[in-house]
Design a protein. Structure first.
Length: 134
């Protein structure tokens, strides 16, 4: 999904957990997109735990924007939206689940759905509007 993005990527997540974002493949793909001048915006529910993402932010400050919500939200599903049409929405999971060796994230993905992509983009804009930049 990230590989397909040509213009923008929007991510809503808990805290950019190092469980996921220390993954070399994900970091390489994100950095490649930043090199290609794809705008990446991330809204987190909590503080960021991934040092690697913060390093990318320093390096690509004109293309990587990170925000943290000021207030709690009732939205529990994390999601990724690419070019406002392709998306991945995760099923809810808890922080303690991340420590399980057999933990898997279950999600639904859809490519080129402008209607639902627009809806998810609207949710992202609302979340970003209630967040502070990092």
């Amino acid at each position: 999904l990230i590989n397909r993005a040509k213009n923008n990527i929007k991510i809503f997540t808990g805290n950019l957990s190092e469980v996921y974002y220390q993954n070399g493949i994900i970091l390489q793909i994100l950095e490649k997109k930043l090199q290609d001048k794809v705008k990446i915006e991330i809204v987190t529910k909590n503080n960021i735990k991934s040092k690697e993402i913060l390093n990318l932010k320093k390096k690509y400050k004109d293309f990587l924007f990170i925000y943290t919500l000021k207030e709690p939200t009732k939205i529990v599903n994390h999601f990724l939206l690419a070019d406002n049409t392709s998306f991945r929405v995760e099923y809810q999971h808890s922080e303690k689940d991340l420590n399980k060796s057999n933990f898997k994230v279950y999600a639904k993905a859809n490519f080129y759905n402008q209607e639902i992509g627009g809806y998810i983009g609207g949710i992202f804009q609302d979340l970003r509007g209630t967040a502070s930049p990092i």
